[in-house]
Design a protein around this ligand. Structure first.
Ligand code: PLP
Length: 279
């Protein structure tokens, strides 16, 4: 596999990262995941903007990213996946620092790593829907930063998957935030409802695109706080994310929902979303 590491494209096994890199020692870094629909990266500009913001929020100097699209296409081509639905993963850490100390020097050189991977969509989930659970959001209160510090999210997700659930509806004090790796939308009547942007959720690119689709296609939407107690009243629910796109929820563990199959608002948004990357 060819990857990009600190300025060059090379074979994955030639990459050498110091154990004193702050990414390894402290999860001191940020990342992005971008979808490649043959032959284009979807909403790359929005992902770059979010990456720059994440870097700025944790005071890591940002690279220019001028040649990022070229570089990503080069990786796709060198790995022979030009015709495959894929993802690019970009990780930037604060870099090497020795001796290990919590406080960081301001003159560190960031470590930049990019890989691409064939990543088919889970068609059955997108068509038939998924079963999710409910979990307390135990993550730090800066979930608006796409940090590599994902331990709370991975533990929550792992335990959910072990119980046969695909995702969790996370909440803080009974107020719904997001999933472990997705944003959440609900439908009441014909209106889409989603939690508002705040420090407690990631400003998802899919969420942004879906809200724009609602605007364009005359679907009402509200960004507002949602209580767990409302789950039983919704007519539809779905998760949003770069690789999940728009995936319907058909069951919420422990909740007697009004729905048990994907709804028409979800189907309409799925169709319009697919037009964006096919068009
Ligand atoms: C916590 C969290 N929320 C939401 C999302 C969805 O964001 P996007 O649509 O930009 O992929 C992700 C994606 O990885 C995520 O990790």
């Amino acid at each position: 596999m060819f990857v990009f590491f600190n300025g060059s494209i090379l074979e994955e096994d030639k990459v050498r990262i110091s154990p004193f890199d702050r990414g390894f020692q402290f999860s001191d870094g940020v990342y992005e995941v971008i979808r490649y629909y043959p032959k284009k990266f979807f909403k790359l500009d929005l992902h770059i903007d979010r990456l720059k913001r994440s870097l700025s929020e944790i005071e890591i100097p940002s690279p220019a990213f001028d040649d990022l699209e070229f570089l990503l296409m080069e990786l796709i081509s060198k790995n022979n996946i030009s015709e495959e639905l894929s993802t690019a993963y970009i990780q930037i850490t604060r870099g090497y620092q020795y001796p290990r100390r919590h406080n960081y020097s301001n003159d560190l050189v960031p470590t930049i790593f990019i890989s691409v991977e064939k990543f088919p969509r889970k068609k059955d989930e997108m068509i038939d829907g998924i079963k999710v659970g409910i979990g307390e959001d135990t993550r730090w209160p800066r979930c608006d930063i796409k940090s590599t510090m994902l331990l709370a999210a991975t533990l929550l997700n792992h335990r959910a998957v072990e119980k046969g659930l695909s995702e969790l509806i996370l909440h803080r004090n009974e107020k719904i935030t997001e999933g472990t790796h997705t944003n959440l939308c609900f439908v009441k009547g014909n209106s889409v409802i989603t939690p508002p942007l705040s420090n407690f959720i990631l400003p998802g690119i899919t969420r942004k695109v879906v809200l724009e689709l609602c605007k364009v296609h005359g679907i009402n939407f509200t960004e507002r706080e949602i209580s767990l107690s409302e789950l039983a009243e919704f007519d539809e629910a779905f998760i949003l994310g770069t690789t999940k796109e728009i995936t319907p929820i058909i069951e919420i563990d422990g909740v007697k929902t009004k729905f048990n199959k994907p709804g028409h608002v979800c189907r309409k948004l799925q169709t319009e979303y697919s037009r964006l990357y096919n068009g």
